[in-house]
Structure formats: structure tokens, C-alpha cells
Write a protein that binds this ligand. Structure first.
Ligand SMILES: Nc1ncnc2c1ncn2[C@@H]1O[C@H](COP(=O)(O)OP(=O)(O)O)[C@@H](O)[C@H]1O
Ligand SMILES: NC(=O)c1ccc[n+]([C@@H]2O[C@H](COP(=O)(O)O)[C@@H](O)[C@H]2O)c1
Ligand SMILES: [Mg+2]
Length: 195
């Protein structure tokens, strides 16, 4: 069985942290990080607001991300081997792929592939505070969060909801451990129901 999990939601909701914890616990589990598909800086548009538009779908090479997902779908075993993931021979023939990123459910060709879509959120103030402590490959210029990051998050979330995309919301204010156990248990139950 092939099982694709989305760990989506807002920037600094805790997606990467949760994903790394799940990867250690789930057998035959590969990961694809959406952040690895950002286009080079010189291809990022500059908006009327003067900000580089990092937080829009066009800043990501989603075709390349889709091809990577398709490579896993066509042979999870080969994909795992190529990415240094050990495949347990004794385990049942279940293969899991985690897709992790902030715009997972806004790209049409991918949206129906998920077996389960999680969506992490934290309140505005917490998100802004966590973000202010992060250092990205390209540092945030002053005002980016309120001028670009937060409005784009709201826009894409509204669109996702208007499109009726079904997600399981996760409270990113819970502890790392609580989130890990909640989602691990949920995935395990969902896998049992399918087998
Ligand atoms: N459950 C949590 N509670 C408090 N802080 C968290 C939690 N999960 C992650 N963090 C912290 O928040 C920041 C963003 O986490 P990260 O996993 O990189 O988020 P994302 O990938 O969604 O941007 C990091 O400093 C991380 O240590
Ligand atoms: N990885 C990069 O090349 C890069 C560059 C500029 C901004 N970012 C930021 O990365 C964020 C997405 O990653 P997180 O969800 O982990 O925060 C976006 O909000 C974007 O503004 C990433
Ligand atoms: Mg991240």
C-alpha cells in the first residue's frame, strides 16, 4: 500500500519539526520538503509592495516537486534506496511518503494524491514571534511578515477552504511531543483501517 501524508500549514507552525519526528518513527517512510523547490532568487518576482514574492505558488517549481512525487509513486522502494531510507524487508508492503511545506494544498495536480492532509496553525502573534527568531537562506527584510507573508497565508488558506479541500487542523501551540503522538497515532489508525 502507498500512503501519502501532507504536513502543511502556516510558516513556523512546526511542520518541519513534526515531520522529522514522524520520519524517525514510521517504517519505510520517505520525505519531500517543498522548501527544496524554491526557485532561485533572481526568478522571484518583486511585487508592487516592493517585496520579493516568496510566499506565492509561482515562487516554487511545483512541476519539479510533482515529478519527484511521481518518482516515489512509481517505485517507493527504488526511491527509498536512492534517498538512503532503509526498507524493512519484514514489514508489510506499506510505503509512506510525507510531503511537508507551507503551500501543499494549493497546487491542483497534487491535491488529490494525499491519503491524509494535516494543517498546522498558531495564532498571528506566535507566528510572527517564531518567524522573527528564524534565519532563512534569504533573510526577511523589515515589514515582510505583515506586508507579504501573513496576507499570502490568509489568501491561500481562504482559497483552500473555498475549494473544499479537506484537512485535519492541528494546534501548533501544543508541545512538540503531544503533536508527534497525536499525528503518529492518527496515521497508524488510518493505516489499520485501510489494510
Ligand atoms: N510544538 C512547538 N512548540 C513550540 N515551538 C515549536 C513547536 N514546533 C516547532 N517549534 C519551533 O518553532 C520554530 C519553527 O518550527 P519549524 O518546525 O521549523 O516550523 P515550520 O517548518 O512550520 O516553519 C522553530 O524554532 C521550532 O523549534
Ligand atoms: N528556502 C528559501 O530559499 C527561502 C527563501 C526566502 C524565504 N523563505 C521562506 O520560507 C517560508 C516557508 O518555509 P517554512 O514554512 O519552513 O517557514 C516562506 O514563508 C518563505 O518566505 C524561504
Ligand atoms: Mg519548515
Amino acid at each position: 500500500m502507498k500512503y501519502i501524508v501532507g504536513i502543511g500549514g502556516m510558516t513556523n507552525g512546526g511542520k518541519t519539526t513534526l515531520t522529522n519526528n514522524l520520519l524517525k518513527a514510521l517504517p519505510n517512510c520517505c520525505v519531500i520538503h517543498q522548501d527544496d523547490f524554491f526557485k532561485p532568487q533572481d526568478q522571484i518576482a518583486v511585487g508592487e509592495d516592493g517585496f520579493k514574492q516568496w510566499d506565492v505558488l509561482e515562487s516554487l517549481d511545483m512541476e519539479a516537486m510533482l515529478s519527484t512525487v511521481q518518482a516515489w509513486v512509481s517505485s517507493p522502494r527504488k526511491f527509498a534506496r536512492a534517498h538512503g531510507v532503509s526498507v524493512r524487508l519484514d514489514a508489510s508492503d506499506t510505503h509512506i511518503l510525507i510531503l511537508e511545506g507551507f503551500l501543499l494544498y494549493s497546487y491542483k495536480p497534487l491535491v488529490d494524491l494525499y491519503s491524509r492532509r494535516y494543517f498546522l496553525t498558531v495564532p498571528y502573534e506566535e507566528c510572527k514571534w517564531r518567524r522573527s527568531r528564524r534565519s532563512y537562506a534569504v533573510p526577511d527584510p523589515p515589514g515582510l511578515f505583515d506586508g507579504h507573508v501573513w496576507p499570502m497565508y490568509q489568501k491561500y488558506k481562504r482559497e483552500m477552504e473555498a475549494n473544499g479541500v479537506e484537512v485535519v487542523y492541528l494546534d501548533g501551540m501544543k508541545s512538540r511531543e503531544e503533536l508527534f503522538h497525536q499525528v503518529l497515532e492518527d496515521i497508524q489508525n488510518s493505516l489499520l483501517n485501510r489494510s
